[in-house]
Ligand binder design. Structure first.
Ligand code: ACO
Length: 362
């Protein structure tokens, strides 16, 4: 029987930090509102392309696995903020890292893109179709932000993470997953004016606008993630007492607290970094998993529960049984290009554009 061990992991956070105090300089909000509603204190803003973050996290994951990129036979990239639609962004990463024997696929299921990719990749390995796969999740969501929408703009940040999965006969890696989508709520998170459903003749075409029903998303997120967690526990005949660590999608601290209560998991088992990075959408789980490993929170043989939700409304959960190795085999000096601007300096022309548009249209 084949399984898919996670042999490498890496993350990339752009250096420019946008604090809650920075947000108050151009929008009607407060640090108290943001932290009490979401737990978010700051987030990162990307100064380069999304693929630059993805390439750095890929190189770090490959180094941790000590794997020659030419051995990869597939790249799965979860994101909704790709560099481009054509070529697909996974192919940009493939070329940059020298994975010349891989196929490359972009996955857009919003925040759930990494867990969806890990599920797909693991099952391609378990059927014997593929042997070594790079799975990435990340987002350059500040590129798609409408800075005049305070209810959305305070929530998100930029980041990317990656793992390498490789075939093994040992019963480790992702052992159970449940994914789904409450498509009746597809418009509860929506980016409008972008895509072929929107008239190219409209003046608003390409002017990013978010429809965002925060409370509806909150309720559905807790319900769907809790059900998915119960499903994967049931699949493996485990209880929450068997789970050593929870590495969930980091959208909002209150959602994570509600999920832990509903599933019946002690809060100290839940890994949380949303206060530092905000919601990085498809990036949250691989970044949190890498950080948990770096902080020594993952022990050999641990059962790790993960749960996620995002636009669609897509949702999912999985259980990973960790192998023996919790340290990287090697490291790399891969870094982003230098950044000589503050987050506010990077964003300034974009903030000005959205505020001017709002002033004109009311
Ligand atoms: N600063 C100050 N006030 C604000 C802000 C802000 N940044 N944003 C909204 N408000 C105001 C609202 O206008 C409203 O004012 P009103 O009562 O006068 O109308 C008030 O604050 C309360 O708004 P609520 O929506 O009731 O606030 P709530 O407590 O529900 O928190 C939040 C909002 C944080 C968005 C919450 O609902 C949430 O986290 N939902 C989940 C969203 C999410 O995480 N989505 C992730 C998926 S995204 C993806 O997949 C790409």
């Amino acid at each position: 029987m084949l399984y898919a061990e996670i042999t490498g992991w890496g993350k990339c956070l752009p250096p420019a930090v946008l604090s809650n105090a920075d947000l108050t300089t151009f929008m009607d909000t407060t640090d108290e509102w943001i932290t009490s509603r979401t737990g978010i204190e700051e987030r990162r803003i990307c100064h380069c392309n999304f693929s630059d973050m993805a390439i750095v996290s890929a190189r770090r994951a490959l180094a941790a696995a000590n794997l020659d990129p030419a051995e990869l036979d597939l790249i799965l990239l979860g994101s909704l903020t790709m560099d481009s639609l054509c070529p697909n962004t996974a192919s940009i990463i493939q070329d940059a890292i020298g994975a010349k024997n891989a196929a490359s696929i972009d996955i857009n299921s919003a925040c759930t893109g990494f867990l969806y990719g890990l599920h797909i990749g693991t099952n391609l390995i378990r059927t014997g179709a593929h042997k070594k796969i790079l799975v990435l999740g990340g987002e350059f969501i500040s590129h798609y932000m409408n800075w005049a929408q305070r209810d959305v703009a305070v929530l998100f940040g930029d980041a990317c993470g990656a793992v390498v999965i490789e075939a093994t006969e040992e019963r480790i890696g992702l052992l159970a997953a449940k994914i789904g989508c409450e498509a009746d709520a597809k418009y509860a998170i929506q980016i409008t004016n972008l895509g072929s459903a929107y008239s190219r003749l409209s003046e608003e075409f390409l002017y990013i606008n978010w429809n965002f029903e925060g409370q509806e998303v909150f309720k559905r997120a807790v319900k769907c993630m809790a059900r998915a967690c119960e499903d994967v526990l049931h699949q493996l005949d485990l209880t929450t007492a068997d789970i050593d660590l929870v590495v969930p999608h980091q959208a909002n601290k209150r959602i994570l607290d509600a999920l832990a209560r509903r599933v019946g998991i002690e809060e100290d088992k839940v890994f949380i970094n949303v206060h530092k990075y905000g919601n990085t959408s498809a990036g949250t789980i691989p970044v949190a998993l890498t950080e948990a490993l770096e902080e020594g929170r993952v022990k050999p043989g641990d059962y790790i529960l993960s749960a996620t939700f995002g636009a669609g409304l897509s949702w999912g959960a999985c259980i990973i049984k960790w192998g023996d190795r919790v340290t990287p085999l090697a490291t790399t000096d891969a870094e982003l290009p230098p950044c000589d601007k503050t987050a506010l300096e990077i964003l300034q022309p974009h903030i000005a554009r959205y505020l001017a548009h709002e002033a004109k249209t009311g």
